[in-house]
Ligand binder design. Structure first.
Ligand code: 13P
Length: 291
């Protein structure tokens, strides 16, 4: 039960009006911290890697660590490949055992986005237990290999959203609604709640067909998160906050103990700090107790 695709847990979240945290990690220590938080709060959870860390460790190693940590866990845990722009690498990771794949062809023209997304969805659906996320519109900021300037970012069009979902057969849908990757430059980012609500009504108004994903979690004010869940968001992606936690905690630890030379203690500090950040997110998303 613990090795699962993201699809089923997100259907349950959408129906139950809570959301599941999807946390981008680059190291084993962070992966352990995410699992620690899920166990402590009894939350379903999604571990994510973008393409670079997946290539650095190799997909098979990522999957082996995921299996070791998740196999015996009494909570559902999915392993997701985030923002992959390369169809062939999406297939490689699905074959290796990632349980959820995001093909990000959102920078391509609409028809080409559909073509690539459908190719990945068709491929993954032949493997058992692998679901697929697609994106429409573009999210500004930088996430690994995907970089979109603020003035290039484009909201998802609701009519196109229906066509996209129907033609591609994606399991999870990420419409661009004004959230951004990285740190928001303002305390009140311009997020289009009404756009998500409209897309949610059209797609899921007569029963859940495709759970909706919110990118750019870092820095969203808690009341925004609450509103986004209320209008249909069921997967929240959080990356930058975990990167900052890892680097700041390491820096602070070493700064205070420059003569120690005990890497295990740095790992323990990072694991604990990351666990706390993830638990805070899980509480905002109302996922504790839902596993
Ligand atoms: P942040 O880096 O803003 O948290 O966004 C993460 C994300 O959306 C990854 O897909």
């Amino acid at each position: 039960m613990s090795i699962v695709s993201a699809r089923d847990m997100l259907f349950e979240a959408t129906e139950g009006k809570y959301a599941v945290g999807a946390f981008n990690i680059t190291s084993l220590v962070q992966m352990e911290a995410v699992v620690d938080a899920a166990l402590e709060t009894k939350s379903p959870v999604i571990i994510q890697t973008s393409v670079k860390p997946s290539q650095f460790y190799k997909p098979g190693v990522m999957v082996a660590i995921y299996h070791t940590l998740a196999e015996t866990a009494p909570v559902p845990i999915a392993l997701h490949l985030d923002h992959c722009t390369d169809v062939a690498y999406c297939k490689t990771c699905a074959d290796a055992g990632y349980t959820n794949i995001m093909i990000d062809a959102s920078k391509q023209p609409f028809d080409e986005n559909i073509r690539q997304t459908k190719e990945v969805a068709d491929y993954c659906h032949k493997l058992s237990g692998v679901s697929v996320e697609g994106e429409l519109g573009t999210v500004s900021g930088v996430e690994d290999q995907v970089k979109v300037a603020e003035d290039e970012a484009q909201l998802a069009n609701p009519e196109q959203a229906v066509k996209f979902v129907e033609r591609t057969g994606v399991d999870l849908f990420a419409p661009a609604i004004g959230t951004a990757h990285g740190v928001y430059k303002t305390k009140e980012p311009k997020v289009h709640f009404d756009r998500l609500e409209k897309i949610h009504q059209i797609l899921n108004g007569d029963g859940v067909r495709v759970p909706l994903v919110v990118h750019g979690g870092t820095g969203l004010p808690p009341d925004y998160v609450e509103r986004l869940i209320a209008v249909g968001g069921s997967k929240f992606n959080v990356s930058t906050e975990l990167k900052y936690t890892l680097i700041d905690t390491t820096f602070d630890y070493i700064g205070g103990k420059r003569e120690e030379y005990d890497p295990g203690k740095i790992d323990a500090a990072v694991r604990d700090a990351t666990r706390k950040v993830v638990i805070h997110w899980m509480e905002m998303l109302k996922s504790p107790g839902k596993a």
